[in-house]
Design a protein. Sequence first.
Length: 158
Amino acid sequence: MKKTMLMLLATATLLSLSALYAAEPVQYPDNFRRWVHVGTGVLLPGVNPQLKSEEGMHHIFANEEATGGYSSGDFPDGSIIVYELREAQQKNGVIFEGDRKRVDVMIKDSRLKSTGGWRFERFWGNDQAQNAVQASGTSCFQCHSKANAHGSVFSQLH
């Protein structure tokens, strides 16, 4: 009996979370490249086979609400952090950005307890309408929870 009740409670919780996320519209951040530039990194091809999906030029941008959170690790609701991944092109010893591969978005919403108060979205290429994140962002949060000491955010604003 207890096992059945626990299963029903778990199912109800998952359905509630699904409804909460489904009610939220996709929030592609317009003009994010005009926000605060947190940093850029480059992962060149062949350096680490485990990071093949991350090969390219990484740009991180934060909206005004998020910038204050970088010093304290306490990001207020409405904070948005964007991770833009672009192809890294090389020519004559110069590395420059190529086509956009994807845009990952973190949106602070303290109501979302199961994902540390963050909503996660992913957009492939230049698509601005189709969020590719599945399961309410739980797979994203599994990794981001390792940055718990800094509000589940890996990037640093120097």
